[in-house]
Write a protein that binds this ligand. Structure first.
Ligand code: SAH
Ligand code: SF4
Ligand code: F3S
Length: 478
């Protein structure tokens, strides 16, 4: 029965070769019979996880729009329901599995509803076999490597009325020229590389996203230039580890060069994420310092402040390396803000080792941090380690850490009182329609009063009040 499915394989997902990555420019095609399959039909798309998934959803939406489908924002109205999922921690998966139960109800009301699951969970052996056994309401499963196959896969599901599972566990190519429906009109995500070869011992991403592979610089620059012409004000360059950009293309200082070239396009704002501390070069720091349109805000995941933990995590840097990098950045870009990711309760983490993480936060005084309790991921090396920190201790460490992170977030924000920041306007604030909101260059959320501003404007705001996670102010009319 399962032979007709193309199922994910952990063993294949783990493999890496040295072969050159192919750039495919003509893989996307719409079979004749599928050409107008979406006309009169609606889809609802929900995205979990990181920016890579957000950007993939823009591609999925672009493809569906191409097929004639219309996007809706309520599940109940949809003929096709798509969950683009994340596998990074168990609680991310549990949320989706919980939703699958609720789907039964929607299917009872609308038996023709087609349910699609894609993204990183689709790349997991365990999850796909669970769905096949227990969740017949899922009609189509496809993975992160074959989004371009959506027209044919959806056609088979909807018109041939069969359940379709097609997941590739391969290292992957670079697929150019896929349709895209950007969800924003002044800020855009730009993939610069796919996959990850770091294999941190706790992390599932190298298995769900394939080998680290860089897009050609010319393709990236063309995309940024087009975005600028279309009126976009900000691009965020995306990769699991952007600092490694171009290594596979044998470029020297690949990311520093790319950043500089993107800066020279003159697009008003450039951000990038995520920077692994390991390949953060001095050349990069110099370029960030040199160009006003590269935003002075760096997400620099530390994970732990203890070198032994970092070694067990496979992070390839020590506490001292991280501190040295931090100091080098601050010495050249003193106004730079920093955010980070931290895991507590990794196998064997002692109270003293956790204390080193707290000390790291005291030293770097982060503007914000995403903090997580370690979650074992099937197939990763850490999942075989004894998960020996009690849940009680994990929760307590998380709480202690969060208190400290909040303390510095507020302390850092307080420095902006009576200062002027430049804000890219996102829209009216969610809480008050008299108030606009946007982000400053330092990536601070700013809510402010103003007259005559438009989404996408960059305005000056005088800060009058500082909260832990946002600033409040008034626009300065010039
Ligand atoms: N490529 C990025 C991270 C992407 S995943 C980097 O290396 O910086 C985002 C964050 O999720 C990680 O930084 C880590 O803090 C957290 N994370 C990843 N796997 C996890 C796991 N198994 N348990 C808990 N947190 C995890
Ligand atoms: Fe995961 Fe490490 Fe790769 Fe980041 S660098 S995606 S944490 S394996
Ligand atoms: Fe999640 Fe996959 Fe991103 S696991 S964090 S959606 S790469």
């Amino acid at each position: 029965m399962e032979d007709k499915y193309r199922l994910p394989s952990l063993k294949d997902a783990r493999k890496r070769n040295k072969e050159e990555v192919k750039v495919e420019r003509a893989l996307f095609e719409i079979p004749d019979q599928a050409r107008s399959m979406g006309i009169g039909k609606k889809y609802f798309l929900r995205t979990y996880g990181c920016q890579a998934n957000q950007r993939d959803s823009e591609t999925i939406s672009g493809i569906l729009n191409h097929l004639g489908f219309t996007m809706v924002d309520q599940e109940e109205q949809a003929d096709v329901l798509i969950f683009n999922t994340c596998a990074i921690r168990k609680n991310a998966e549990d949320k989706v599995i919980g939703e699958l139960g609720l789907l039964k109800r929607l299917k009872r009301v609308n038996p023709d509803l087609t349910f699609v699951l894609c993204g990183c969970m689709a790349q997991e052996e365990e999850i796909v076999s669970l769905i096949l056994k227990k969740y017949p309401q899922v009609d189509l499963i496809f993975g992160t490597h074959n989004i371009h196959r959506l027209p044919i896969l959806l056609y088979q599901t909807m018109f041939d009325k069969e359940r379709v599972v097609e997941v590739y566990s391969k290292q992957g190519e670079i697929i150019e020229n896929l349709p895209v429906n950007r969800f924003g009109n002044h800020k855009a995500w730009v993939n610069i590389m796919y996959g990850c070869d770091k294999f941190c011992t706790y992390c599932i991403v190298p298995y769900t996203r394939g080998k680290e592979r860089s897009r050609l610089m010319d393709d990236i620059l063309l995309e940024v230039k087009e975005l600028k012409e279309q009126g976009f004000k900000e691009v965020t360059l995306l990769g699991q580890n952007v600092n490694a950009y171009g290594k596979d293309l044998k470029l020297q200082n690949g990311f520093a060069t790319l950043l500089e070239e993107v800066a020279k396009t003159g697009i008003p704002r450039i951000r990038f994420t995520t920077s692994h501390p390991w390949d953060f070069s001095d050349a990069m720091i110099d370029v960030i310092a040199k160009y006003d349109n590269i935003m002075p805000s760096i997400h620099l995941p530390v994970q732990s402040g203890n070198s032994q933990m970092l070694r067990l995590m496979g992070r390839r840097y020590t506490k001292e390396d991280y501190l040295d990098l931090y100091n080098r950045i601050v010495s050249k870009i003193p106004h730079c803000t920093f955010t980070t990711d931290i895991i507590v309760g990794f196998p064997n983490e002692t109270e003293e080792q956790f204390q080193d993480t707290l000390d790291m936060v005291d030293y770097c005084k982060y503007d914000g941090a995403y903090t997580f309790i370690y979650s074992p991921r099937e197939g990763t090396p850490a999942a075989k380690m004894d998960d020996n920190v009690s849940l009680e201790n994990k929760n307590r460490r998380l709480q202690t850490l969060n208190d400290k992170v909040n303390y510095y977030a507020k302390l850092n924000n307080d420095k902006y009182l009576n200062k002027v920041v430049k804000v890219l306007v996102d829209g009216i604030s969610k809480k008050n329609d008299q108030v606009y909101s946007g982000y400053s260059e330092e990536n601070k959320l700013v809510n402010f009063t103003a007259k005559h501003v438009k989404v996408g404007d960059i305005v000056e705001v005088l800060i009058k009040d500082c909260k832990t996670w946002s600033l409040k102010g008034e626009m300065i009319e010039r």
